[in-house]
Design a protein around this ligand. Sequence first.
Ligand code: HMG
Ligand code: MG
Length: 296
Amino acid sequence: AFVNKVRIVEVGARDGLQNEKTVSTADKVALINALSAAGLKDIEAGAFVSPKWVPQMADSADVISALDLPDVNLSALTPNLKGAHAAHAVGIKEFAIFTAASESFCQKNINCSIDESIERFSEVMAFAKANNIRVRGYVSCVLGCPYEGEIDPQAVLSVSQKLLDLGCYEVSLGDTIGVGTAKKVTQLIELLLTHIDKAKLAVHFHDTYGQALTNIYAALSLGIATVDAAVAGLGGCPYAKGASGNVATEDVVYLLQGLGIEHGIDLQRLSDAGWEITKVLGKQPVSKVSVALHTK
Ligand code: HMG
Ligand code: MG
């Protein structure tokens, strides 16, 4: 059954912009402020990762320092203790750690095995607990991997449980390369729900094959209440060749509106925020809803 209220985690400033051409710190700050003004309460604002690996996120500390949004839960990626320290130094209250259900993807993305990633994260978790910071976990490649192809749902279950056992309050299920279809989403989530409370699961679907919104609908129908999305469908993933952006937040909001599910977001302001940042990038929003609203 559907929930009455869905929480949207806006990842455009991180997952989106990490795979677009580099934009200025000021443009990132303006984007995050516009997203907040549109009503978003959970905003992933940057990544404390190696600037050699992802130069687009190198100014995350400056971006976050320039924000003054006491009502917003700002989060950031922290793959290791170095990242955790840097995020804490600028006042981040929610870390995101990230691993994968695929060994090959994990190696390419964070340069270690899945088990090694969990070991690294236990240090991050200890630091987070000591500083009253909550931690979200991501699992990449839950519906397929660019290197390994099919992924066993049992592998997703196993790594999700490890993240929850570590102390993550929630696990976000990443269809990193957007290959999943609704039947697979249903089967995966039904399996996970036999072991994990639905309140601890989020979906994070990229739209490479145009299935994200349908897949979100499938997840919502099983009672999932948290959806990751990126304004204007920004981005992709630098370690997943050909991956396109996340599902557009505008499209998710429109879907929720139609379903009568509460979301707390002003669609017009959200769409305007998408047009502003895509103007900077020299492109148009990858959101049918946003384009339709704009040309109405
Ligand atoms: P490594 O090379 O194994 O780490 O990288 P290392 O500890 O050996 O350090 C190597 C160098 O990186 C050193 O610098 C460190 O200081 C530096 P050098 O001595 O060479 O000058 N370094 C750092 N610098 C800044 N911040 C840090 C940090 N850590 C080390 N935190 C590491 C390991 C994880 C750091 C690296 O592999 C990395 O940064 N990877 C980037 C991964 C990434 O950002 N991927 C994209 C985000 S994940 C994603 O998009 C998927 C998701 O959206 C879900 C989905 O869609 O599936 C979440
Ligand atoms: Mg992603």
